[in-house]
Design a binder for this molecule. Structure first.
Ligand code: DPP
Ligand code: ZN
Length: 853
């Protein structure tokens, strides 16, 4: 399998300013005829090379004449006379047998496409790279009864009836776009229609297309879309540019959603919601993903990527944009905590393991493997640092210039930074190392205080551990929002400043202090780093109580929890009292909102604790965490019971207060269960039984699944009977059981894998069972290695159908070097078993070979 390198980038030999596609659609045999207008790009005599994947040309014509052509591997190669030609090809494809879900495929009776990153080459021969931008004209022809709705990018020009019960439609997309943004949908769909009037007064027709029965569940997605359109006008000055905007929900989808120009295609889990079937977190995720895909219309579509190494140009920026949108729609503080939690759970392990890569990778074997937390979430943190350093006005001037300068172009990460620099007059060149250097920096901080002179010296140091291909690291610019609090007063005695740590070691001096300082550093998580601060005895407890920055306050609670958890995991004496006092004060506070309280008392996950251990012993980590849950639960039982009993009102109330109250209910229930299983089982079953919403129901069940109580089976059965016909809710039923903290979780997962409703062909179902189990730290890492064997079996089986989704299951194995020797060997042998499987895909090969390297 060949490695593609960023340094090998060359501009395309041939451009394709126009393409006309003609689809005779059918589930089993779809005929695709395409006519490309090709133009030689620069002076050269190289042939036209068109990418194909599992395609056989039935017919190739140049300027209407037969022409000599050849296949070189999967590529169609044609020698073209002159600098311009019309190149026609014809192929037949089989959507029903397309289990990779890339290109044109069938899902639940409809036909749909996924082309990012390299799926268009499975539909027709084309230079399938993002720097070839074309104007598309598309004709679709299909059986009217089976496929009454025909959609593609842009605007519809004409439609009509054909013979033999067929009908057709012709569309045109006026905006040149790369092939990865092409989309087509044909099916029996019904629209939820609405309109949006843009800031310049243009009316846009909006439609969300779903199966008729799902129409009542599209209201939240539509409201989110309209909010996102208004927000992008207000915050970024970006207006929508077509007369229509269509979204289609499909139930078989590799990703979350896809930003195809004017025709977003969504995994149905990010569209369909009502309080009966969707949790508050689902509602929030829908708003975020709808906004994300909409925001791509500018950050990704109008300005696209030159090559796939620049993926973070659109993804990091667009994640930052959707995070800011969600922050503005609800509690910014809680949103920031959630985003950092995701970063720590998904990105930090990536950055410290064998699959570590920079935000702008240098090489890949299969680009699908680089839709990662590093490219997305660390990429967003990088954009956030630009925003922090420049301030909102200069940042906005920079993005205005970026969109203006590169509209209609395929740009690079360097182009983005250059636009920020040119608009702001600020030199950001030092920050570019964040694009190229992998690994999470560790910042060490210590304060030396001299009471006589009222002076404090903040001593900072940084280092980045080696990552694959990058044995030695350079210092990085790390912006740290920092303040000092008085040890006695708790007041801010040195107001917040932005410290730029850009050398290996640095000292910052504070003067005129009249009391000993406490250090509040990396407020708001201003840099994506690990901070190790040398703390005084009760410093964390004081910060947890007094810090005015909500993130720093949360962080102090997390650090208190870590101190206890790590001591327990190492077999040392545990002092849980500081955390118990801080959590008690948090629960009893009249100022803090319930959503913040829930975040603050939530213990770090076992996988995150493992990240902090030199040698991972999952049993020791699990028992340490269980002990701490027990200690917290017993000490705070009354406060927790009160929070669990709090009335959140109607399940239809999606206000921040109602959502926060529900969240705190279930988090409290989890801690109660740590101390008193029987009491928790009773409370959980009651919460489950009276619930009028999925948040309370799922929250109760997520606690019950780990208990040995009759209520467990009763609730699981009731849940199944009520919801088994709803695929998205059934996914929850599978996932909840795969996440259970029990000694028999693997056995239950094996039983579920044989359940008649389980299938590896549906990505959501596979992720619900195998994906969830893979991140169930204690169960997956069972000492006998059967968990490893199960996941390896799943990867091998899924790889035969859908390599992209199979490869996503590999990362938990990448931790093998960190584990105690027995588990380490067991994990490694499963990786080797996968590696030795005949016919392994490029996707899984890359992830497994890198994990073993
Ligand atoms: N659909 C994916 C996303 O929006 C890839 N573009 O992030
Ligand atoms: Zn995206």
């Amino acid at each position: 399998h060949a490695t593609i390198r960023r340094e090998d980038y060359r501009p395309p030999d041939w451009l394709v300013p126009e393409i006309a596609l003609d689809f005779a659609l059918d589930a089993d045999v779809t005929r695709v005829r395409s006519r490309l207008t090709v133009e030689r790009n620069g002076a050269h005599d190289r042939p036209l090379r068109l990418d194909g994947d599992e395609l056989t040309p039935l017919n190739v014509l140049a300027n209407g004449q037969d022409v000599a052509w050849r296949m070189e591997g999967p590529q169609l190669v044609v020698d073209i006379e002159g600098d311009r030609a019309d190149l026609e090809t014809e192929v037949e494809i089989n959507p029903a047998q397309n289990t990779k879900l890339m290109g044109l495929y069938a899902s639940g009776g409809m036909l749909c496409t996924q082309c990012e990153a390299e799926g268009f080459r499975r539909i027709t021969f084309f230079p399938d790279r993002p720097d070839v931008l074309s104007r598309y004209r598309v004709r679709m022809d299909a059986d009217e009864q089976r496929f009454p709705i025909l959609l593609t990018n842009g605007n519809e020009l004409a439609s009509g009836k054909g013979e033999h019960g067929r009908h057709w439609a012709e569309w045109e997309d006026p905006f040149p776009k790369p092939s990865y943004l092409f989309a087509l949908v044909a099916g029996d769909l019904k629209p939820n229609r609405d309109t949006f009037t843009t800031m310049s007064g243009r009316k846009v027709d909006l439609a969300i297309w779903v199966r008729e029965a799902d129409l009542p569940k599209t209201g939240h997605a539509m409201a989110s879309l309209k909010a996102a359109m208004a927000w992008d006008e207000k915050v970024y000055g970006r207006e929508y540019d077509l007369d229509q905007f269509n979204i289609v929900a499909v139930s078989d989808f590799n990703m979350g959603a896809m930003e195809n120009k004017g025709l977003n295609v969504f995994n149905s889990r990010y569209i369909l919601a009502d309080p009966e079937i969707a949790t508050d977190a689902d509602f929030d995720a829908i708003a975020a993903v709808v906004a994300h895909e909409y925001f791509h219309n500018w950050s990704g579509n109008r300005v696209t990527c030159r090559d796939w190494f620049q993926l973070s140009l659109k993804e990091g920026f667009t994640v930052f944009r959707d995070q800011s949108f969600s922050a503005d729609m609800g509690s910014a503080a809680v949103k920031r905590i959630e985003d950092v939690r995701v970063l720590r759970m998904a990105q930090f392990p990536e950055d410290s393991g064998p699959l570590a890569h920079p935000v702008r990778p240098d090489s890949y074997i299969e680009i699908s493997n680089f839709y990662t937390a590093t490219v997305y979430n660390k990429g967003a943190e990088l954009i956030r640092m630009f925003h922090t350093v420049l301030g909102p006005e200069k940042f906005r001037a920079g993005t205005d210039l970026y969109f203006d300068r590169h509209d209609g172009e395929a740009a690079t990460c360097d182009d983005f930074v250059k636009a920020l620099e040119d608009a702001s007059g600020v030199d950001l060149s030092a920050f570019k190392i964040w694009y190229s250097q992998a690994g999470t920096p560790q910042v060490d901080a210590r304060i030396d205080y001299d009471a006589d002179t009222g002076t404090a010296l903040l001593k900072l140091g940084q280092r980045v551990a080696p990552t694959p291909g990058q044995p030695s690291k350079a210092p990085m610019p790390i912006p740290l929002r920092t303040a000092l609090l008085g040890e006695a007063s708790g007041a801010e005695i040195a107001s917040e400043q932005l410290i730029l740590l850009d050398r290996p070691e640095q000292t910052v001096r504070f003067e005129g202090l009249d009391e000993a300082p406490l250090l509040s550093i990396n407020r708001g998580f201003s840099a994506p780093v690990v901070v190790r601060a040398k703390r005084k005895g009760d410093e964390l407890e004081r910060l947890a109580q007094s810090d005015a920055d909500p993130f720093a306050r949360y962080e102090a609670m997390q650090e208190l929890a870590f101190e206890a958890l790590l001591a327990g995991a190492r077999g040392e004496a545990v002092d849980a009292e500081p955390l118990i006092r801080a959590a008690g004060n948090t629960l009893r506070s009249n100022e803090l909102d319930p959503a913040f309280k829930a975040e603050a008392i939530l213990l770090p996950t076992e996988a995150v604790i493992a990240e902090r251990m030199d040698v991972v012993d999952p049993d020791a980590i699990h028992s340490s965490r269980e002990h701490l849950r027990h200690a917290l639960g017993s000490a705070l039982m009354d406060d927790l019971a009160k929070a669990q009993a709090a009335d959140a009102g109607s399940g239809a109330d999606l206000s921040p207060l109602a959502k926060g109250t529900r969240r705190l209910r279930s988090v409290s229930l989890g801690l109660i269960a740590g101390a008193d299983q029987a009491r928790a089982a009773g409370l959980a079953k009651a919460q489950f039984d009276v619930a009028d919403n999925m948040t309370d129901r799922q929250g109760a069940l997520s606690v019950l699944v780990s208990l040995d109580a009759p209520e467990r089976e009763a609730a699981l059965t009731a849940f199944y009977e009520r919801f088994h016909e709803d695929a998205l809710v059934l996914d929850k039923w599978f996932a909840l059981q795969a996440a259970a903290q029990r000694t028999d979780t693997l056995d239950q997962v094996l039983t579920l894998a044989a359940h008649r409703e389980f299938t590896i062909a549906n990505p959501n179902r596979l992720r619900a069972l195998a994906g969830t189990f893979g991140v169930n730290h204690w169960a997956f890492n069972g000492a006998d290695g059967r968990g490893y064997a199960f996941l390896a079996d799943m990867i091998v089986a899924a790889d035969k159908l859908n390599p992209q989704v199979a490869a996503r299951l590999v990362p938990p194995f990448g931790r093998w070097r960190r584990f105690e020797p027995k588990r380490s060997a067991l994990m490694r042998s499963q990786l080797e078993r996968i590696m030795n499987t005949p016919g392994l895909s490029r996707d899984v090969f890359e992830q497994v070979s890198k994990s073993l390297a």
